[in-house]
Design a protein around this ligand. Sequence first.
Ligand SMILES: NC(=O)c1ccc[n+]([C@@H]2O[C@H](COP(=O)([O-])OP(=O)(O)OC[C@H]3O[C@@H](n4cnc5c(N)ncnc54)[C@H](O)[C@@H]3O)[C@@H](O)[C@H]2O)c1
Length: 253
Amino acid sequence: MLTLITGAAGHIGTCLHQELPRLGHRLRLMDRVRVEGTGIDQVVGDITDPGALARAMEGVHAVVHLAGDPSTSASFESVLGANIEGTYRVFEAARLAGVERVVFASSNHAAGFTPRQESAPADTPVRPDSLYGVSKAYGEALGRYYADRYGMRVACLRIGSFEPRPPDARALSTWLSPGDMVRLAHACLTAPDLTYALVWGVSANTRGWLDLEPGRALGYHPRDDAEVHAAGLPVLDPADPDHAWLGGRTVES
Ligand SMILES: NC(=O)c1ccc[n+]([C@@H]2O[C@H](COP(=O)([O-])OP(=O)(O)OC[C@H]3O[C@@H](n4cnc5c(N)ncnc54)[C@H](O)[C@@H]3O)[C@@H](O)[C@H]2O)c1
């Protein structure tokens, strides 16, 4: 079974295309930038180009859709291209090619204007904190539509902070380690009962407040905890936006 990764040259894409083959996944890569290396099955192209997407989807069983502008300060023009038009083109090309399953990289910023609470369910209502967050909420809505209308199996990952180690105090709650990103993608690509799911893409962080149960129900069992990297990072004041809001200081930018 062949899985297409869009945005394969990026941070998360590189992690996944290096590690998923060890778990038995056969991959095709797509990005507007060439992925260097030999013997790579890849299509270099833009996800707003239906022709390039049709070539990329040939023989594909599942898609991990990562390509897009990942910046919380992205302009409308920027999200309009890759995140809005591109995400529609990816779902539609997948449908036309008979792809069974799509894993979509959403973001915590789709619900970033949610005040901190004891535990935030993975289906926390949409409350974007930026045009970027709006574009991710739109991607989740597209996924819901393709699942309901066409029976596609869709997992939307509300990813927290994907980094080799937590970069700041907020990430002690929101960190997603590279190893757990691979485990999450593997679970979503193989879960037999997936219909439509919204899950938090975070590790098992001691200070986490994002509910991991929906991910566990799909077979995602995170192993990493940001706490082991906590030394030297400040304890956040409750009034600090990085503590007070799901999306952190993005709510003020
Ligand atoms: N890194 C995080 O912490 C994080 C958190 C939440 C969500 N996400 C989402 O995960 C996805 C991947 O994030 P990342 O950190 O790897 O980003 P990245 O910028 O490192 O990678 C994105 C890749 O997409 C490609 N791309 C962009 N526009 C394209 C287009 N129109 N056509 C083809 N390729 C295109 C880029 O060339 C790049 O290689 C993004 O959708 C991002 O919004 C990331």
